[in-house]
Design a binder for this molecule. Structure first.
Ligand code: BES
Ligand code: ZN
Length: 604
């Protein structure tokens, strides 16, 4: 265990010099005893939509005194130390943090056991009825803990600086399977129940705890890569993600050996609120990636890259989220450059540029959320979420690379990984490291503007390509009545860029013509489909309304739900549809998606 260096020495130093409350989103106190390992025993009850069970928190060393844990919507049944009942005090509900669970540990406590139950409303879990799955026969459960929802699954020090390994024993109804962000370690069926065991030997931040339960099957892609999905989806998924082993091999040349043994993926039902989540050993993916032509595998490259940037070197708190996402987007594009060519990489940057511009626009009145090193006291990380840490972050990484040159930067990155592996670090620690290795580098790239100033620095790297210029010119030409010649032969990325550069409002004739020429409303690639539906619905082209309704009734990925409701908001007929779909479909949304959609519909 010591080999993983779970405790970050410089963070301790920071605290000893009086810097309290490093993590504004947790009751975790670095001066208190620390958890090093969880033993979970969970029973998954679909009829009541709760997980009932126990966790034993093992401490790094025998300790005594106050221990504060994070909880949210948990019913705490009992706490004990070495078989003796331990009184506990549950604090008042705080809006973002939840309720503090305070324990007074007797001398030489090495482990605490807490019996508890989750709530059907736990934001970290979504319980699906059989109708919400592809197979339609069995219920489904999945977790999504990032950024601060692990505390709705178990009482814990729910801060990324408090890394833990874990073992779990999960009991589910016999026809179902459970997967976790861990290695399978046994499976037995007894009566109507199946108990699966899991083992995660490396210390991970709490937000990487993950569980999914459903009717699942798997297909091997390579000796270390496997995809899981519902039986009706699994072959399609295996085909779509067949390149994944090549991604892993490439990522290893960028960052060093893959440290997590296996890279498995799980394709979830469509209500999953994200494109992907980098749960270690088991990336979670939205089924909207199954375009049938491998055109959306950049999300897999991204989640895989997190195995290094994020899971190995982790942001200390949500205020340093760019360290996870900025490096990962940069890495994702580097992987794609090698495997799909330089053009694919630059078109990836172009798509990101649009996302970045939209986020800068969205936070026009909250410029403090457009810095990379954020200050989120009193702000829910889910509300601060945007493309800024991703795309501004990746451009900052690219600026560092341009300043050092590709080769020197590669060596710097490899050393960064070695230096901070299995640690959770702050932006300041990153800066100290960069300054130590390359004195003057941060000044040369204007790091302060990147990290602490709103918006995008004027000298930010710009990624141009001949193809991008052609597509942009064609999109601009539409308003002069030009047909996009040859568009039928474009690949998915080219078409997406073209659509992204069209005006947000087109004439009804242009809408009809484009749809007829390019079959946009029938596309299976959700990036293209949703981009199109946003333009068409926002232009009042009501022919697409049934398709918009269908998407909003099934797909929960916030990246799609947010702009679709916003586009509907632009016309009276659209608002009526938006209200109606929301009323009908939102009870089936993930709580995160519901909150985002509610916020938009309320403003109609
Ligand atoms: N870790 C994120 C998803 C996330 C971030 C969940 C913050 C909760 C809080 C994941 O790696 C991600 O970035 N997903 C993107 C993929 C895209 C950038 C390729 C997504 O879901 O769209
Ligand atoms: Zn990510």
């Amino acid at each position: 265990m010591n080999a993983y260096v779970p405790i970050c020495a410089s963070l301790w130093a920071a605290h000893n010099t009086g810097m309290a409350n490093l993590d504004p989103h947790s009751h975790f106190d670095p001066l208190q005893p620390r958890t090093r390992h969880w033993d979970l025993r969970w029973r998954v009850d679909f009829s009541r939509r709760v997980i009932e069970g126990e966790v034993t928190l093992h401490l790094t060393e025998p300790s005594s005194g106050t221990l504060d844990l994070d909880t949210k919507d948990l019913a705490i049944r009992a706490c004990s130390v070495a078989g003796e009942v331990l009184p506990f005090e549950l604090g008042d509900e705080e809006p973002i943090l939840g309720r503090r669970l305070r324990l007074e540990l007797p001398p030489a406590t090495s482990a605490i056991t807490i019996a508890y139950e989750t709530s059907p409303e736990a934001i970290g879990l979504q319980w699906l009825s059989p109708e919400q799955t592809a197979g339609g026969q069995h219920p489904f459960l999945f977790s999504q803990c990032q950024a601060i929802h692990a505390r709705t699954l178990l009482p814990c020090q729910d801060s990324a600086v408090a890394r833990v390994s874990y073992d779990a024993e999960v009991t589910v109804p016999a026809p179902l399977t459970a997967v976790m962000s861990a290695d399978p370690a046994g499976d037995r069926t007894q009566g109507g129940n199946r108990t699966l065991r899991f083992h995660m030997p490396q210390p991970i931040p709490s937000y990487l705890l993950a569980l999914a339960v459903g009717e699942l099957e798997s297909r091997d892609i390579s000796p270390r890569v496997r995809v899981w999905a519902e039986p009706v989806t699994v072959d399609k998924a295996a085909w779509e993600f067949a390149e994944t082993e090549a991604f892993v091999a490439k990522a290893e040349t960028l960052f060093g050996p893959y440290d997590w043994d296996r890279y498995d993926m799980l394709v979830l039902p469509p209500s999953f609120p994200y494109g992907g989540m980098e749960n270690p050993r088991m990336t979670f993916l939205t089924p909207t990636l199954l375009a049938g032509d491998r055109s959306l595998v950049d999300v897999v490259a991204h989640e895989l890259a997190h195995s290094w940037t994020g899971n190995l070197v982790t942001n200390a708190t949500a205020e340093h989220f760019w360290l996870n996402e900025g490096f990962t987007v940069w890495a994702e594009r580097r992987i794609l450059r090698v495997l799909h060519g330089a053009e694919a990489e630059s078109l990836g940057w172009a798509i990101g540029q649009k996302d970045l511009e939209e986020s800068l626009e969205r936070f026009h009145d909250q410029p403090e959320l457009t810095v990379l090193r954020t200050h989120l006291e009193g702000i829910d990380p889910d509300d601060a979420f945007s493309s800024i840490p991703y795309e501004k972050g990746a451009r900052f990484v690219a600026a560092l690379e341009q300043a050092l040159g590709e080769e020197v930067f590669a060596a710097f990155l490899a050393e960064y990984m070695r230096r901070f592996r299995f640690q959770s670090i702050t932006t300041e620690q990153f800066c100290d490291f960069a300054e130590e290795r390359h004195p003057g580098l941060l000044g040369r790239v204007g790091a302060d503007a990147w990290l602490n100033q709103p918006g995008l620095p004027e000298d930010a790297p710009v990624f141009r390509s001949h193809r991008l210029d052609e597509l942009t010119a064609l999109a601009e030409g539409l308003s002069t009545g030009q047909r996009p010649a040859g568009a039928e032969a474009w690949n998915a990325t080219e078409l997406l860029i073209y659509l992204q550069h069209l005006p947000r409002e087109l004439s009804l004739e242009d809408c009809a013509r484009l749809d007829a020429q390019l079959g946009l409303s029938q596309r299976g690639n959700y990036e293209i489909l949703v981009e199109w539906l946003c333009i068409a619905a926002g232009s009042g082209y009501s022919h697409v309304f049934p398709r918009v309704r269908e998407v909003l009734s099934t797909v929960g990925r916030m990246k799609y739900v947010r702009p679709l409701y916003q586009a509907l908001g632009r016309t009276e007929a659209g608002r009526a549809l938006g209200r109606e779909v929301f009323a009908e479909a939102s009870p089936r949304y993930h709580a995160l998606t519901r909150r985002v959609a509610q916020g938009i519909v309320d403003k109609y």
